[in-house]
Design a protein around this ligand. Structure first.
Ligand SMILES: N[C@@H](CCC(=O)N[C@@H](CS)C(=O)NCC(=O)O)C(=O)O
Length: 277
């Protein structure tokens, strides 16, 4: 049992003091969801091995009463297995399956494209002593100099915003991805938004984006865990002439959202497609 209800938490921060990593953000929320306090070990990208006594090169990592636990997903499994009587992060095995699918989609649709649109901002907000490593390592990952990868982002941001429609559809009808209360799906996805907010020098989403109430609702949890003063505004993107719509203003179209309640609900479409009686 965590001594004094506190878990030691190895953070990954930038020069504003805000957490940067989406994995680390998700895990911070996860530990607080279980009702534990965080004893934060601060630091940036370089020196992780030194800080952790050689235990890991990657963060997050936690120490619970002397026991090291690594990896964001590993930490969630550990917390639910070790503390099953506290609020569950994964309250049913289906939540794990669906969260992994959602996370994979979200990285392809948003986190990856945002990384290519904000990679120089990412480097610029790091601690001075991290900048050389972050510049060279991220150029290897992205395949070119950070300024070259980031160039032209103004032509890409509208499309990335538009691609988030599946999340908007779910969160227009529910307070949380967990339904009426948050679970690990919420924390996993908010991690990507908070990663962006830790570095974005220009907003990525419209001020009136339907995702905004959910983002603000999750950030306000646990005494405003996601409201660090070092975060930058991610809402405020203006749609330019020729841009795709930043989000779909006609909510709930198609698929599971187009409920069949009898012929009156399908008549207009039936006429349009010319189906014979
Ligand atoms: N699978 C790991 C991935 C963690 C990871 O890649 N963390 C990155 C930050 S996003 C890191 O520690 N990077 C250190 C570095 O770049 O040297 C997890 O889920 O915890």
């Amino acid at each position: 049992m965590a001594a004094n209800n506190t878990i030691t938490f190895y953070d990954l921060q930038v020069s504003t003091g805000a957490t940067i990593s989406p994995f680390v953000w998700a895990t911070k929320f996860a530990v607080r969801h279980k009702g534990f306090d965080l004893d934060i070990v601060e630091g940036g990208f370089t020196g992780i091995m030194n800080r952790t006594g050689g235990m890991t090169e990657r963060l997050p990592a936690i120490v619970d009463d002397g026991k090291w636990v690594l990896d964001s997903w590993g930490i969630v499994e550990y917390l639910d297995e070790t503390y099953p009587d506290r609020p569950l992060l994964i309250p049913h095995e289906s939540v794990a399956v669906l969260t992994r699918a959602l996370d994979a989609w979200f990285w392809g649709a948003a986190v990856g494209p945002w990384m290519r649109s904000y990679c120089a901002d990412y480097r610029d907000v790091c601690y001075e002593h991290d900048k050389e490593y972050v510049t060279s390592s991220r150029a290897v990952i992205l395949g070119a100099a950070l300024e070259d990868v980031q160039a032209g982002r103004e032509n890409r941001l509208a499309g990335i915003s538009a691609a988030l429609e599946p999340l908007r559809m779910a969160l227009r009808e529910n307070d949380f991805l967990g339904g009426s209360s948050p679970n690990y799906a919420d924390y996993r996805i908010i991690g990507g938004f908070l990663w962006l907010a830790s570095l974005a020098q220009t907003p990525a989403l419209a001020s009136d984006d339907p995702l905004r109430p959910w983002v603000e609702r999750v950030c306000a949890l646990y005494d405003g865990l996601g409201e660090h003063p070092g975060l930058f505004p991610i809402f405020g993107l203006e749609q330019r002439p020729g841009d795709v719509d930043l989000f779909n203003r006609a909510a709930g179209q198609g698929g599971i959202y187009k409920r069949n309640t009898g012929p009156a609900s399908t008549q207009a479409e039936t006429q349009k497609i010319g189906k014979p009686a």
